[in-house]
Write a protein that binds this ligand. Structure first.
Ligand code: NAP
Ligand code: SF4
Length: 670
C-alpha cells in the first residue's frame, strides 16, 4: 500500500468479494456502446483502465427495455444476444483481474423519442416529447425488466449492476413529487413513491442471489424544485440497504437542474459533504463523486471519513493509469482531467464518440497505437503550446530525438492564459503534466529561444506549432485610444480595468474575460455554493435555496456583430453555465451590433437601427485569433520535412481538442 495514499489504495471487503482499492470508475457513456464494432473498442478502453489499477468499473448506462432507451438507437440490455455480445467486455476486464458492473438506466421522461414513459405524464423542460403515464402493469413489467437485465448481466460475466436512481431519470422521477403526481400505491406519500426503486432492488436481488454486487445510484441532492428532502434521502438509503444493495453511490443534480455539478468551475470535491451527511445512516459502503480529479483530493475525502469510495469517470478517461501512478507515488505524472467537457460530454451530446482533450487515446485504444520509431531521427518542434507539447512528448516516447523551442520563458502557450481565468485553474495541471513528461521522455527544451529558418536546416523533421496571436481589428479611433486593450495583454499582465468595460467579441475568450472581470473576490467552496443557491444546511427540498443574484460592481457589456444568443461560448454542455453566470452578475449581452467608432466618450455602436454610445473606460478586444506562421516565406525550403499543426495550421474555431489531437496524430504517423 502506498504511504502517500493509504486510504485510497486500501482494499474494500464486500464480504463475498473484495475490491482492490477505493476507486470506482463512474458510469460514462462513450458512444461505443451502439457502434457496430464498438464493444471490442469498449473492451480495450476498459481493459486499459483495469491495467491502470481501477478497483471497480461501472459501464455507461444501458436500458432494461425498449421504451427506457435514451435515444431511439441507444443500447438496450434485455436479451441473451446482448449478454453474449458483452462477454468481450467482461472477458477483457477479468483477464487483467478487474471488476466491472453494468449500469441499468431507464431514461423515463428524458427519453428523446415519442414512446417515453414516466411516473406521471409531465414533460421535462429539457425533453422534446411528453411521456405517457405508466400503468400499474407497465410498472410491474419494468421492475421485471430490471431484474431480467441484471440476470443477463450476471450471465455475461459482469460482477454486478448499478441501478441508475439519480440524475432525474425514471427512478428519480418516481421518487420526487415534482414528477410523480399519482394517486395509486406508486405515488402520493413518500413510502409509495419509493416503492418503485425498492421493488427493483428486491427483484434484482431475488434473481442474482447474494454474491453479486448491486450498486444503487441515489440522488442525494436533486437541485430542482420539489426534489427530495434530506430526511427522505436518508429514509430511502436505509430502505435500499434493507432491500439488498451492496453499495450506495451518490448522485448530484438532475439533468434539468440549472446548477453546474461537474464543469471545471465547480470546486474540487464540491459535493462530498452531501455524501458525508448520508454516510452515518447506513452500513453499506458509500461512494462520493463529482469533481474529484487528483489522488490528493480523493485521499483527503476518504481520510476525513466523508465516504468509503470515490467515483471518478472523466479523470480515468484523461489518464487510464491514474491509480497505478498513485500506487507508484508518481502523482506528478498523472494527466489530470481539467473538467472542460470539450471532448467527452460535448462529443456525446453531439452524437459523437467520447474522447478526452488531454488524452486523445481515450476510446481510441485500438486505433491510436504508439509504436517505437523505426529509425531514430531528430525533430524540431517549434512552439510549446498544447499542440507542440503533445507532439514533442509523443515523438520522444516513440524514440525520436526532439528539440522543443519556444520564444517564451515557459511552456504552455494559450493554456497559460486559460489557467488565469477564475474557474479554469485546472489548465495549470496540464502544463504541470507536460513539464514532467518533457523530463520523463527526454525532450530537449529550449525556452527564450527565437527560432529562425537557418537553425532548422539539419533536422529530419520540423513541426511548426507556433500558435496564434489576437486578431487586429479596424474601428475608427481604436488605434490611438488609451481605453483599448487586447485580451492577451489584459490576462497576462493583469492590467487593471475601470468600472465600465466593453468587450468586443463574445466567443469563448470574450465570455472568459467577462467572467474574469466580474468574478467575486471570495473563492471558498461555501461562496460558490452560495452563488449557485445550494442549501448547505440541507433543510430545503432538493437542496435549493433561492439566494438573490448579486450583480457585479462593474458594468460590463459583452458584444458581438452576429444576431442571436450571446454569452454561451463554444461548449455544448457548458455554454448554459457561462451564460447563466454572466446573467447572474448583470453583464449586458448585446448581439447584432455594428461598431461605429471609439472616442473619449466611449464606444459608439448601432443596435437594431438605434445608435448609442457605451460610456466605458476600458474596451477589451476578444475578436478571435490569427495564425502565427514565423518565417513562412522560407517554409518551401523544408519541403516534406515540414509539418504545421494547431493554431499555426488553422486559427479559426481553434480549440485545444483539435490542437492536441493533431499533435499526437502527427507524432504517431511520422
Ligand atoms: P472566437 O470564438 O472565434 O470568437 C471571436 C469573436 O470575435 C466572435 O464573437 C466574433 O463575433 C468576434 N469577431 C471576429 N472578428 C471580428 C472583427 N473583425 N471585429 C469585431 N469582432 C470580431 O474566438 P475566441 O473567443 O478568441 O476563442 C478562440 C477559441 O478558443 C475558440 O474557438 C474556442 O474553441 C477556444 N476557447 C474555448 C473556450 C471554452 O470554454 N470551451 C474558452 C475560450 C476559448 P462577431 O463576428 O459576431 O462580432
Ligand atoms: Fe476531462 Fe476535458 Fe478530458 Fe473530458 S475532455 S475527460 S473533461 S479533460
Amino acid at each position: 500500500m502506498s504511504a502517500m495514499y493509504p486510504n485510497l489504495l486500501q482494499p474494500l471487503d464486500l464480504g463475498f468479494t473484495q475490491l482492490k482499492n477505493r476507486v470506482l470508475m463512474g458510469s460514462m457513456h462513450t458512444g461505443l456502446e451502439e457502434d457496430k464494432a464498438g464493444l471490442h473498442k469498449l473492451a480495450a478502453f476498459y481493459q486499459e483502465r483495469v491495467k491502470g489499477g481501477v478497483g471497480l468499473i461501472v459501464t455507461g448506462g444501458v436500458s432494461p427495455n425498449l421504451r427506457g432507451r435514451l435515444h431511439p438507437f441507444s443500447a438496450e440490455f434485455s436479451k441473451p444476444k446482448h449478454a453474449q455480445a458483452h462477454q468481450v467486455v467482461t472477458d477483457a476486464v477479468h483477464e487483467h483481474g478487474g471488476k466491472i458492473a453494468l449500469q441499468l438506466l431507464h431514461a423515463g421522461r428524458y427519453a428523446m423519442h415519442p414512446f417515453s414513459q414516466s411516473a406521471s405524464a409531465i414533460k421535462a423542460p429539457i425533453a422534446r416529447f411528453a411521456p405517457s403515464e405508466m400503468s400499474v402493469r407497465q410498472i410491474k413489467s419494468t421492475i421485471s425488466d430490471f431484474a431480467n437485465s441484471a440476470k443477463l448481466a450476471q450471465s455475461a460475466g459482469y460482477d454486478g449492476v448499478e441501478v441508475m436512481g439519480s440524475e432525474g431519470y425514471l427512478i428519480n422521477q418516481f421518487i420526487c413529487k415534482r414528477t410523480n403526481v399519482r394517486y395509486d400505491e406508486w405515488g402520493g406519500e413518500y413510502q409509495n413513491r419509493i416503492r418503485f426503486p425498492l421493488e427493483i432492488v428486491k427483484a434484482i436481488r431475488a434473481e442474482v442471489g447474494e454474491q453479486f454486487i448491486i450498486i444503487f445510484r441515489l440522488s442525494m441532492l436533486d437541485l430542482v424544485e420539489e426534489g427530495s428532502s434530506f430526511q427522505e434521502v436518508v429514509e430511502l438509503a436505509k430502505a435500499l440497504e434493507k432491500a439488498g444493495v451492496t453499495i450506495i453511490n451518490t448522485g448530484i443534480g438532475w439533468h434539468e437542474a440549472r446548477i453546474p455539478t461537474i464543469a471545471t468551475q465547480v470546486p474540487r470535491g464540491a459535493f462530498s459533504w452531501v455524501t458525508e451527511q448520508v454516510k452515518p445512516h447506513v452500513n453499506v459502503p458509500i461512494v462520493t463523486c463529482n469533481r474529484i480529479n487528483t489522488p490528493e483530493d480523493a485521499e483527503r475525502i476518504l481520510a476525513s471519513g466523508q465516504a468509503d469510495m470515490v467515483s471518478m469517470a472523466r479523470p480515468l478517461l484523461a489518464d487510464p493509469h491514474f491509480v497505478l501512478k498513485a500506487e507508484q507515488q508518481q502523482p506528478k505524472l498523472i494527466n489530470t482531467c481539467i473538467g472542460c467537457n470539450q471532448a467527452c460530454l460535448d462529443n456525446v451530446f453531439k452524437g459523437q464518440r467520447a474522447t478526452c482533450m488531454v488524452n486523445p487515446f481515450a476510446c481510441y485504444e485500438t486505433e491510436l497505437t504508439l509504436e517505437a520509431a523505426s529509425q531514430s531521427q531528430v525533430v524540431a518542434v517549434v512552439g510549446a503550446g498544447p499542440a507542440g507539447l503533445a507532439c514533442a512528448t509523443t515523438l520522444a516516447e516513440r524514440g525520436y530525438q526532439v528539440d522543443l523551442f519556444d520564444r517564451a520563458d515557459r511552456i504552455g502557450g494559450q493554456f497559460r492564459l486559460a489557467m488565469q481565468i477564475p474557474g479554469k485553474e485546472e489548465f495549470r495541471e496540464t502544463i504541470r503534466y507536460f513539464a514532467n513528461r518533457i523530463e520523463q521522455t527526454g525532450v530537449r527544451l529550449h525556452l527564450d529561444t527565437e527560432v529562425n529558418a537557418d537553425m532548422l536546416r539539419d533536422y529530419d523533421h520540423i513541426v511548426m506549432a507556433t500558435g496564434v496571436t489576437p486578431r487586429e481589428i479596424q474601428i475608427d479611433g481604436l488605434e490611438n485610444s488609451p481605453k483599448v486593450i487586447d485580451y492577451q495583454t489584459l490576462i497576462k499582465e493583469k492590467t487593471p480595468v475601470g468600472d465600465k468595460i466593453a468587450i468586443i467579441g463574445a466567443g469563448g475568450i470574450g465570455v472568459d474575460v467577462a467572467s474574469m472581470i466580474t468574478e467575486p473576490n471570495e473563492h471558498q467552496l461555501d461562496d460558490w455554493l452560495y452563488e449557485w443557491g445550494i442549501d448547505k444546511t440541507l433543510t430545503h427540498p432538493g437542496g435549493l435555496y433561492p439566494y438573490p443574484d448579486e450583480a457585479s460592481d462593474k458594468q460590463v457589456w459583452l458584444l458581438q456583430r452576429r444576431k442571436g444568443r450571446v454569452g454561451k461560448g463554444p461548449g455544448k454542455t457548458t455554454g448554459w453555465i457561462h451564460k447563466r453566470t454572466l446573467e447572474k452578475r448583470g453583464v449586458h449581452l448585446l448581439g447584432g451590433v455594428e461598431y461605429q467608432k471609439i472616442d473619449q466618450h466611449g464606444l459608439h455602436l448601432v443596435q437594431n437601427g438605434k445608435a448609442q454610445c457605451l460610456d466605458v473606460d476600458t474596451i477589451v478586444i476578444c475578436a478571435g485569433q490569427e495564425s502565427v506562421r514565423s518565417f513562412e516565406h522560407r517554409w518551401d525550403e523544408f519541403g516534406e520535412k515540414l509539418h504545421v499543426i494547431g493554431g499555426a495550421d488553422y486559427a479559426g474555431e481553434l480549440d485545444a481538442v483539435r490542437a492536441i489531437r493533431q499533435g499526437v496524430e502527427l507524432a504517431l504517423n511520422l
